[in-house]
Ligand binder design. Structure first.
Ligand code: ADP
Length: 595
């Protein structure tokens, strides 16, 4: 209950009452003293002033007598009632005007009378009636001369009446002060009820809101300043609530974003302590979130102090190798130097780097593949021109045959590259239609039969007649089969065996075809790479047989566009077995999903 405001209120009221009483008391006491002094001098003036000139005249004539002093004393005694002389507080004295010596008076102790300023004035012949509010007495000295005699009538009041009156007054003021103080304390309780109670309620409300409880608004109980303050406070609380909700919402949004984004985000405070690390960052860095310390991961890349001191729009970019993955790292400061920190954004660029690598390799391969036939064409052409008639017709024709075959090779490479480019860019549409899988294999076998025979290969087949009808681009799939069969013919020494099998998967949703040969086979180290562009196990042999090294890459692209697979079968023995697997059902009329 006795809060500081309450104590202040009591103190203010007490001070107010005390100072009021002090002012009133001082004023009253000064007024009473002044009144008393004024009254004294008015009485004296009435008796000895010009308005009573006859009395003064009589005094002078009495003074001229031989027993002048006694006569004057008798007259003063007669007037003692008018002059207020009581022989105690106010006395009269008759003094010798020349020496100032005491002659007679109402006070026995007149002998010891000091020579006041007014007495000295009277001894000089003038009336001494100067008052001094600070003195503890009031006096008046009137010179009376008659004949040879000169006297001074000196009236002196010791002010004890006014002193006792003032004491009385002081007592009353002190009693009033006491009552005033009691009233103040009582009043302070009443005031506390009307002023402090609403403030206490307001304080409770602010404490509630400080704890995050925005459910209740404060009751506005009055229209005074406290009422206005309460209304303003309610408005402020509602704005604060909405702002906090918006901030919370933003935070949740950011949390969800950080949680699900594929890029990693790690945040550190101004001292380098970890604030946040999303799951993607932990996965990219290959550590637990709480172990992603700046000092261990990025300090060597760029010192923390340097990143913090950067401008807000600046950042440091670098790359980190985590296992076999490449992670692009972007370090940027946030907020200011004191309260901010560092934000690290991680982006997995492994695929990007690989693609870039593959692209470079591809460009190098293309230039290499084209340079060889071009050099050949140029050198043969030059030889023919330089030799002129020296060359026999037969040799010249041989050279021209080489030029033609090298040109064909370049045409094949360019054709294959164009096919791949179309497949890559998705410009090459698949003409999806239903067709019998078995019939397609039959057609391909028919077209390769002659070539196989030329190489004295034994081409055998074993697949049921009832192979299902599938959906796909028949022309392109036959191209794939022809490529696989062509490879078997090419990479099997003459007189080999090529066996084609096909069937339907046990799940009933796929068909497959396998081409097995007993040729040169593919070494273990090259098996995973033969589907790459321009990859050839034996370049010379491939070139000799007119291969570009792009056949299986194109075949793989086409098969993938049909959601199928083209793979090597792991098996014992010499030779190679290639397996083509295709789903039976495809979305008709549209293209199958592709990368
Ligand atoms: P190419 O035009 O060189 O035949 P491909 O893409 O069709 O290109 O084949 C890539 C490489 O795979 C070939 O150069 C060859 O080395 C190897 N290859 C493919 N099929 C066979 C097979 N049946 N037997 C042995 N090697 C093969």
């Amino acid at each position: 209950m006795f809060r500081s405001l309450h104590i202040k209120l009591v103190m203010i009221l007490l001070l107010l009452v005390t100072s009021l009483m002090a002012v009133v008391g001082a004023f009253l006491m000064t007024s009473v003293t002044s009144f008393y002094i004024d009254d004294f001098y008015a009485q004296m003036s009435e008796t000895f002033g010009e308005s009573n000139a006859a009395f003064v005249h009589t005094l002078r004539s009495e003074a001229a007598q031989e027993d002048g002093m006694q006569r004057i004393q008798a007259m003063i005694e007669t007037y003692s009632g008018t002059l207020g002389i009581d022989g105690r507080n106010r006395n009269y004295y008759i003094l010798d005007a020349r020496t100032g010596a005491f002659l007679a008076g109402s006070d026995e102790g007149g002998e010891t009378l000091e020579q006041t300023e007014n007495i000295l004035t009277a001894r000089n012949g003038s009336v001494g009636d100067k008052s001094d509010i600070a003195a503890n007495y009031m006096d008046v000295a009137i010179p009376i001369s008659g004949g040879d005699n000169s006297f001074i009538i000196y009236i002196r009041d010791n002010r004890s009446t006014v002193s006792s009156l003032n004491s009385e007054l002081l007592l009353i003021i002190l009693q009033a002060l006491l009552v005033g103080l009691l009233v103040s304390v009582t009043l302070s309780f009443l005031l506390a009820k009307t002023i402090i109670d609403p403030i206490e309620k307001l304080t409770e409300g602010t404490e509630r809101i400080a704890k995050g409880d925005f459910n209740e608004t404060l009751n506005v109980e009055s229209t005074d300043e406290i009422g206005i303050l309460t209304t303003t406070f309610n408005d402020m609380a509602s704005v604060l609530h909405k702002t906090l909700e918006a901030v919370e919402n933003e935070r949740n949004k950011l949390d969800t974003l950080f949680l699900h984004m594929t890029d990693g985000v790690v945040a550190y405070d101004g001292n380098g302590a970890l604030i946040h690390c999303n799951p993607a960052a932990a996965a990219l860095l290959g550590r637990k979130s709480e172990d992603c310390r700046y000092s261990e991961l990025f300090e060597t890349m760029c010192p923390f102090a340097h990143v913090v001191s950067l401008q807000r729009s600046d950042f440091v970019e670098s790359e980190l190798a985590v296992g076999d993955r490449s992670v692009e790292v972007c370090l940027a400061p946030f907020s200011d130097e004191q309260r901010g920190g560092v934000l690290v954004v991680l982006h997995d660029v492994t695929e990007h780097r690989k693609t870039e690598e593959r692209r470079k390799e591809f460009v190098a391969n293309v230039s290499h593949e084209l340079r060889t036939p071009l050099t050949n064409v140029r050198s043969y052409a030059e030889t023919i021109r330089e030799a002129g008639d020296e060359l026999s017709r037969e040799t010249e024709n041989d050279f021209l045959d080489v030029v033609i075959s090298e040109t064909d090779r370049m045409t094949n490479i360019v054709r294959d590259l164009l096919t791949l480019s179309r497949l890559d860019s998705g410009r090459s549409e698949m003409n999806m239609a239903r067709f019998p899988f078995g019939a397609a294999i039959d057609a391909v076998l028919r077209s390769i039969e002659l070539e196989a025979r030329r190489h004295h290969h034994e081409l055998t087949r074993s697949y049921p007649d009832s192979l299902p009808i599938i959906v796909g681009d028949r022309g392109r799939l036959e191209q794939v089969m022809l490529n696989v069969l062509g490879n078997a013919v090419k990479y099997t020494p003459d007189g080999g065996h090529i066996h084609v099998t096909a069937g339907e998967s046990s799940t009933g949703d796929k068909v497959w075809m396998e081409v097995a040969d007993d040729g040169i086979g593919i070494p273990e180290a090259d098996r995973s790479r033969i589907f790459e562009r321009f990859y050839r196990v034996d370049k010379a042999r491939s070139r000799e047989s007119g291969g570009t090294g792009l056949g299986l890459s194109i075949a793989t692209e086409i098969v993938q566009r049909h959601n199928g697979t083209l793979s090597l079968v792991d098996r014992e023995g010499p030779g190679t077995t290639v397996r083509l697997e295709l789903p039976i059902i495809q979305p008709l009329g549209g293209e199958a999903a592709h990368e």
